[in-house]
Ligand binder design. Structure first.
Ligand code: GAF
Length: 398
C-alpha cells in the first residue's frame, strides 16, 4: 500500500476521531498528444500518472462536506446546500463541487469527512484538479454505494460529475480530457478519447520502457492556471470559428477540408486556431498508428510538430516550455512538447535511456543560464485509474 494512503488514513483518524471507512485515490495525467482538441470534439491521447491524490473518507449523517488538506495544513467545510458557482472557493470547490454534482444528478449522497494528500504537483499542468475530483467522487461513490467505479460505463457518469464541478462550481471551462484520463486510463496503455463521439475510448498499448525509452515530464515550475482568461479566450475563438464555418464543432472539419475552411474565415487569428485544431486531431490519429507499429521516431516527430502548432498557431506555449523542449531535443530526445493547457506547466520528452542524463543536464543548464527556478524533471509510466486503495483495518488503526 502507498505510504500516502497510509498517511491519509492515519491523519483522518487523528483529526476526526475515528477510523475512515476507506481510502480512495485518483491519478494526475499527461496528455501525449491531442491538445485543446477535447472541447472541439476531437481526439486526445493521455496516460494516467503514477502520482495520485489520496482521500481517506467517512460518511456523515448531515450534509456537511468537511475536508482536511494535509498538504496545505488546512481544514475547511461547507454544506452541500450552499454549494453554488464560485462557492466554496479554493481547493474545497473541487471536492464539494463533485459531491454537489452527484446530488444534482439524483444520487443519494450526503455529507462526508475527508483527509487528502497528494504527490501530483499542483499548478504544473498535470491535472491535480481532476485527481482531487476523482478521489472525492470515488470516495462518495464508495461511501454511498453508488457503484460508479465498478465499470467503464459507470465511470463515465463520475467523469461528468467531476467535470461539472470544475465547469460550474470552480469556474474553469475545461473540456473533459483530464477527468476522463483520471477515471478511465489503464496501466501500460494510453487512452484514445474521441470527444466527437460521446467520449468513446480505445486503449492503445504504451510501454516505452520495453523499447529502451523513457517518458520524461519537465515541470517548468512556471505556474499554469485554467481559471484565468486565456483558456476561455481560446475556447471562444474556436466557437466563433465554428459558427463562421457552420459546424457545431471544429473537430468535424477533415484535413482535406482545411484549405477551404481557412479561406472562409474572417481573420488570421481564427485561421491559426482552426489550423491547430484540425492538424492536431490528425497528428493524434497518426500517433496512435505509430505507437501501434512501435515507430517511436515518428511519435517523437509528431510531438515536435504538435509543440510548434501549439506555440505558433494556438499561442499557448511559454518561454519556459519552449526552452525545455528545445533543450531536451538538442540533447537527444526523439521528440518533446508542452502538455496540458499550456501558459506554463509541464512539457514531456520521449528519450532513449542512453540520453536520459544528457537531457536532464541540458534542461538544468539551460534554466541555470537564464537564472530561472530549476525545472523538476522525472520519468513517468502509464499507471492505473482512480480506485479504492486496499488498506487493511489493522493498518488503519495502527
Ligand atoms: C486542460 C483542460 F482541462 C483540458 O480540458 C484540455 O482542454 C487541456 O487543457 C488542453 O488539451 O488540461
Amino acid at each position: 500500500m502507498s505510504q500516502l494512503a497510509h498517511t491519509a488514513a492515519q491523519r483522518f483518524e487523528q483529526i476526526f476521531g475515528h477510523a475512515p471507512t476507506g481510502v480512495w485515490a485518483a491519478p494526475g495525467r499527461v496528455n501525449l498528444i491531442g491538445e485543446h482538441t477535447d472541447y472541439n470534439g476531437g481526439l486526445c491521447l493521455p496516460i494516467a500518472l503514477p502520482q495520485r491524490t489520496y482521500a481517506a473518507a467517512g460518511p456523515r449523517d448531515d450534509d456537511i462536506v468537511r475536508v482536511a488538506s494535509l498538504d496545505f495544513d488546512e481544514q475547511a467545510e461547507v454544506s452541500l446546500d450552499d454549494v453554488a458557482p464560485g462557492v466554496p472557493g479554493g481547493w474545497l470547490g473541487y471536492v464539494a463541487g463533485t459531491i454537489w454534482a452527484l446530488r444534482e444528478r439524483g444520487f443519494a449522497v450526503h455529507g462526508l469527512d475527508l483527509a487528502t494528500t497528494s504527490d501530483v504537483p499542483i499548478g504544473a499542468g498535470l491535472s491535480s484538479s481532476a485527481a482531487i475530483e476523482g478521489a472525492a467522487g470515488g470516495a462518495a461513490s464508495g461511501l454511498f454505494n453508488l457503484g460508479l467505479l465498478d465499470s467503464d460505463a459507470s465511470r463515465v457518469t463520475l467523469v461528468d460529475a467531476c467535470r461539472r464541478a470544475e465547469n460550474h462550481i470552480v469556474g474553469a471551462p475545461t473540456g473533459g480530457l483530464d477527468q476522463t484520463a483520471s477515471l478511465r486510463c489503464l496501466p501500460r496503455h494510453a487512452l484514445l478519447i474521441d470527444f466527437g463521439h460521446d467520449a468513446r475510448v480505445r486503449q492503445i498499448p504504451f510501454d516505452v520502457a520495453a523499447h529502451g525509452l523513457r517518458l520524461l515530464v519537465i515541470d517548468t515550475r512556471a505556474k499554469h492556471a485554467l481559471v484565468d482568461g486565456q483558456y476561455a479566450a481560446r475556447r471562444a475563438n474556436c466557437e466563433q470559428a465554428a459558427r463562421e464555418l457552420g459546424v457545431d464543432l471544429l473537430g468535424r472539419i477533415t484535413p482535406e477540408q482545411l484549405p477551404d475552411a481557412l479561406s472562409r474565415l474572417s481573420d488570421q487569428t481564427l485561421r491559426r486556431r482552426v489550423r491547430h485544431v484540425v492538424t492536431e486531431i490528425a497528428r493524434t490519429r497518426q500517433c496512435c498508428d505509430a505507437l501501434e507499429h512501435g515507430d517511436f521516431q515518428q511519435v517523437g516527430e509528431l510531438f515536435n510538430q504538435s509543440h510548434a502548432s501549439l506555440r505558433d498557431d494556438y499561442e499557448v506555449s511559454s518561454p519556459e516550455l519552449d526552452l525545455a523542449v528545445a533543450a531536451a531535443r538538442g540533447a537527444g530526445a526523439l521528440g518533446a512538447r508542452m502538455t496540458g493547457g499550456g501558459f506554463g506547466g509541464s512539457a514531456i520528452a520521449l528519450v532513449p535511456v542512453a540520453a536520459l542524463d544528457a537531457v536532464k543536464r541540458a534542461v538544468a543548464d539551460a534554466y541555470l543560464a537564464r537564472e530561472w527556478t530549476p525545472a523538476h524533471v522525472f520519468a513517468v509510466h502509464a499507471a492505473g485509474p482512480a480506485d479504492r486503495v486496499a488498506v487493511h483495518e489493522a493498518q488503519l488503526v495502527e
